[in-house]
Ligand binder design. Structure first.
Ligand SMILES: C[S@@+](CC[C@H](N)C(=O)[O-])C[C@H]1O[C@@H](n2cnc3c(N)ncnc32)[C@H](O)[C@@H]1O
Ligand SMILES: O=C(O)C(=O)C[C@]1(C(=O)O)C=C[C@@H](O)C=C1
Length: 243
């Protein structure tokens, strides 16, 4: 088992803001970063495996799009036995390298196909499950509908999409409260004020969140006939969408 290193990437004053990138430094600390930054992350990953168990059919594929180090891929492997392949896609070479290393001692990892590519360039075919866990938010906004439409077209009958995103909250008291609580969550997990504000600046215009309403309207526009919001922790929301 490969350990994660502690995330201290934003703990030093860094001069001009550099846009956030999924480079080798982020890949090295990613498990610690995502656990301390995304409330409910472990639960979401575990539940995604249970969704896979329910929907994956022998002879089909599960896609983990924007797989990072493969937490969702491993969750699927833990829950789904039998003839199901998992296609794990990320365009960050350091993430795919880390995924391969983490699969080395995982049972049934021969069923995983790691792919280093842009998710917009990857064919989605014969899919019983597609997972976009905290990935769509990094895709240019004008490319999101086309990606979701291709995913919907690649699903077999009964197949589902799991979409999980940081959401844009409204600029009212309730929305501001969620944002403050998310920052409290980071503080409670040991992030400094400098780290919180440094990362906020680096993510600006890189992670582009949208409202719950915008996501749900786009899922319908992409042709999904059923959309269920099944998970929310502060300003992180997940949907299941089916054809
Ligand atoms: C927040 S991480 C996803 C976390 C991961 N799904 C998990 O559950 O641990 C976002 C990932 O999406 C990847 N990514 C962003 N844009 C991408 C694109 N256009 N194509 C492929 N991967 C992309 C990043 O490299 C990064 O690893
Ligand atoms: O919103 C933040 O501050 C985050 O850190 C969120 C987030 C994400 O949602 O992907 C951003 C970058 C890292 O990948 C981990 C978590």
């Amino acid at each position: 088992m490969i350990d994660t290193e502690p995330d201290d990437l934003f703990d030093r004053p860094s001069g001009p803001v550099r846009p956030f990138e999924f480079d080798a430094d982020v890949a090295r600390v990613f498990p610690d970063m995502v656990r301390r930054s995304v409330p409910g992350y472990a639960e979401l990953v575990g539940l995604s495996g249970l969704v896979a168990r329910r929907v994956a059919r022998p002879g089909t594929r599960c896609y983990d799009l924007g797989c990072s180090l493969g937490a969702v891929t491993r969750s699927i492997l833990r829950q789904v036995t039998g003839e199901v392949r998992v296609v794990a896609v990320d365009n960050a070479p350091a993430m795919i390298e880390g995924l391969r290393a983490r699969l080395a001692d995982v049972p049934h990892s021969g069923r995983v196909e790691p792919v280093c590519a842009d998710v917009r360039e990857v064919a989605i075919e014969n899919a019983s499950l597609v997972v976009l866990n905290l990935t769509l938010q990094f895709i240019p906004r004008d490319a999101r509908l086309e990606l979701l439409t291709r995913i919907r077209q690649g699903l077999v009958p009964g197949g589902v999409l799991i979409l999980a995103e940081k959401i844009q909250v409204s600029d009212d008291r309730g929305g501001r409260f969620l944002t403050q609580l998310h920052e409290d969550f980071k503080r409670a997990n040991g992030y400094s004020e400098m780290a919180i504000s440094g990362k906020r600046a680096a993510l600006d215009r890189v992670l582009v969140p949208e409202t719950i309403e915008a996501h749900e309207a786009r899922l319908s526009a992409a042709g999904f006939v059923g959309v269920e919001r099944w998970f929310q922790s502060l300003n992180f929301v997940a949907w299941i969408a089916w054809t």
